[in-house]
Design a protein around this ligand. Structure first.
Ligand SMILES: [Zn+2]
Length: 171
């Protein structure tokens, strides 16, 4: 599975490429801008809207509870964001850490960002930080077969589970 992994042995890096591999390259629109604007079907994946950043489910989750934290602004790198955005970004990631750890009883989390297509970013011009729940031994049963990843929980269920928790902890 981790065929193109930097270092060649850590499965941690391979999920970041998955959305790119399966995404529709013919659509020139930015899924994060569309989701941020709302109105389209992507809106159903948004679980939290902050002031500068929002949290959205990955449509092709690596594990249950896989979310991404992204700025509303169409920015391609962390250094392009202002201080206010960066502060909210990291605090929202920390909030996601707490919520996912409690909700999914994780053994760990992968938190990472790919900057640029060469680093594996599917949407290269709008950065997003992946927060992926992990469990001991999960790589043994989570495999990709014929391009379809087996994730037991429906996205709608994930959203129903997480959205109230983000809303709650924001107040
Ligand atoms: Zn964008």
């Amino acid at each position: 599975m981790p065929v193109d992994t930097p270092g060649g042995r850590d499965v941690l890096f391979s999920p970041w490429r998955y959305d790119y591999l399966v995404s529709d390259k013919s659509d020139s629109g930015c899924i994060f801008c569309e989701a941020a604007a709302g109105g389209r079907e992507d809106d159903s994946l948004v679980v939290y809207r902050g002031r500068k950043v929002f949290v959205i489910l990955n449509r092709y989750p690596y594990t249950n509870g896989h979310v991404m934290v992204a700025p509303y602004a169409h920015e391609g790198s962390l250094s392009a964001s202002g201080q206010e955005t960066l502060l909210e970004l990291i605090s929202t990631i920390a909030r996601a850490e707490k919520i996912l750890t409690r909700t999914y009883h994780t053994d760990g989390l992968n938190i990472g960002v790919n900057l640029g297509a060469a680093a594996g970013a599917g949407i290269a011009n709008h950065y997003h930080v992946h927060v992926v729940p992990r469990w001991k031994g999960d790589t043994n049963f989570m495999t990709v077969a014929a391009g379809v990843r087996v994730v037991p929980e429906e996205l709608s269920s994930t959203r129903a589970r997480l959205a109230p928790l983000f809303a709650e902890s924001a107040s």
